[in-house]
Design a protein around this ligand. Structure first.
Ligand code: 6PG
Length: 250
């Protein structure tokens, strides 16, 4: 067990979504009390979508002070928002269109620019939106991550140079499924978050979850998510946790 890591196994994907939404609601309340606002970065893919849909329903619709949320993306596919592969497009459908987040507080990654221009533009947008630390990095309140079957996190894929990035906040990369140009936050940004929530679902990810949590030498991108000061919470459903030796870490 790692000191700043907590692992919880949930019955099924619906429980996983509810626990994720509870986590975000708690973090939002704590951050809003401290800073008047709550900075949240969300991932794409299929796993977070049931949680996103719950955001638009009670109790989360009322529980979370949506007008204080400042929303960012962990990564994005360089496709228009109405493309089924767009993370922003999916979030819009799932919760953004149904909740009172002021438009100026929603920061989708740019999709219509050349990828490297888009990455620089988003980097500038982040620099403007946050009080940066001495090294020039922001500290997001909460970052929600998924993990691919190959251990990738955000759009940081195994063996990719982007895993070694130390200066940039946002990179353009190519890869993943679908294999398209993508923009992604870098590890130095992810690792400055105050809270990181990983959500992983399904038996097909059981082998990578096992490698990730039980084999320190597996060298998976998701293992490089090690916040400097924050905490990592892993929410797994039973399928994803099915190969673990120990199911819950306190
Ligand atoms: C994206 C992601 C990516 C995702 C994993 C898991 O592709 O946009 O942010 O890192 O979280 O690939 O995806 P699934 O939830 O679809 O398995």
């Amino acid at each position: 067990m790692k000191a700043n890591r907590r692992v919880t196994v949930l019955e099924d994907p619906t429980d996983l979504a509810r626990k994720g939404a509870d986590f975000v609601a708690r973090s939002a309340a704590a951050s809003a009390a401290r800073d008047q606002s709550f900075t949240l970065a969300i991932s794409g893919g299929s796993t977070p979508r049931p949680m996103h849909r719950m955001f638009a329903q009670e109790p989360y619709r009322s529980l979370i002070e949506w007008n204080r949320v400042r929303l960012f993306w962990v990564d994005e596919r360089c496709v228009p928002p109405d493309d089924p592969e767009s993370n922003f497009g999916a979030a819009r459908k799932d919760f953004l269109d149904h909740l009172p987040i002021p438009a100026g507080q929603v920061h989708p990654m740019p999709w219509g620019l050349e990828p490297e221009v888009g990455a620089s533009a988003y980097e500038k947008e982040i620099r403007r939106a946050f009080a940066l630390d001495k090294a020039g990095y922001p500290s997001l309140d909460t970052v929600v991550l998924g993990m691919g079957q190959d251990g990738h996190v955000a759009s940081l894929f195994p063996g990719s140079e982007s895993l070694n990035e130390r200066d940039r906040l946002v990179l353009d990369v190519r890869g993943g499924v679908p294999e398209v140009n993508r923009l992604t936050l870098t590890l130095p940004v992810l690792n400055r978050a105050k809270e990181i929530l990983f959500m992983v679902s399904g038996e097909r990810k059981a082998p990578v979850v096992k490698a990730l949590l039980e084999d320190d030498d597996a060298d998976l991108p998701a293992q490089r998510v090690q916040p400097l000061e924050g905490r990592v919470t892993w929410l797994l459903d039973k399928g994803a946790a099915s190969m673990l030796r120990t199911r819950n870490e306190p």
